[in-house]
Design a protein. Sequence first.
Length: 317
Amino acid sequence: MRKIQRAPTEIFNLAFLDVISCAFGAVVLLILLAKNGDTDQEKGPNNLSVLIEQVLAGKQSISSLQGALSEQQQELVQAQSKSADTSEQLNKLESSIPRAQQTIQQLQDQAQSLREEIRLATARLNVPNSTKDPDDDVGGIPTDAEYVIFVIDNSGSMSRGGNWQNVISVVSDILQNHPKMKGFQIINADGRYLYPSKKGRWLTDSSSERTNAMAGMQQFLGGGSNPNIGMLAAINQYKQQAGKVSMYVFGDDYSVRGLEQVVTGITLANAKADGKPRFRIHGVGFYFSNPNNARGFSSLMQAVAKRNRGAFVGLKM
C-alpha cells in the first residue's frame, strides 16, 4: 500500500499569525477600554458637580440679568412718561406764548392810554378858573382850621410794614400844629369812621382824646384805596358845620380813570351857594417805595386841592 505524502505542517503559518494578531489586538483594546473606563470613573462625579455649579451660577446670572432688564424697562417706561409730560407741557407753553404776547400788548396799550389820559387831565386841570378868586393860602397848608377831618387810605399798601406808623405820626403832627382846633374826626377812604358811635360829631381836641385816637388807629386797617368815597361822605356829613373846616386826604395810589369827573363831583359837593368851597381840602401823598406809584393820587389831590383852596404835599418815606 502506497503511503500518501502529506505536506509538512508549519506551526507559524498565516492562520496562526492571524490568531496571534487578533489576540494582541484584543489585549490592546481591553487595555484601552480599561484605561478609558478608569478616567471616566475618576472624572465623572467631580465633573458633574462642576457642571451643576455652573448651571446654578448661570441661573443666578440669568436672574440678575432679568432683574436688571426689568429695572431698565421700568426706567424706560418712566422716561417715556416724563417725555410725554414734558412734550405736553412744551405744547401748552408754546400755545400760551401768543396769549402772553397779546396780554403784554394789551397792557402796553392800556399804559399808553393811561399816560395820555393823565397828560390830558393835567392839561385841563391846570387851566385857571376865572370864577374862583385867587387865594394866598393855596401855596401852603394853613393851620387856622377849627375843625379837622382826616380821610385816610388804610389799605394794605398804606399799612404794610412800618408805613402805618408813619401815617399815624403825620396825623399826630398835623393835630399838634392846629392851635385853634376845637374838634377832629378820622374816617377811612371807604367812609368808615374810626369811632362809628361818633359819626356826625367831633372828637374833642384834648391831649387824652388825641392819645386815644392815635392808639385806636393802630387797629384801623383793611379799607379801600378810593378816597373820593370818604371825601364825599365827610362833606355830606359835616357840610352844615360853622367855622373853618379843613380836610386832609392821605393816600399813596389811585386810578386816574375818570379823574375829571371825580374832581368835578367833589368840588360841586363842597361848594356853597356862592360857589366858594366849604372846606379846605388838602392832599398828603405818601411815597413809600416808588414815587411812580403815587402819580395817580398826586394828580387827583393836586386837582382837588387847587379847586378847593387847599394844597398838596408829597412825603417820601
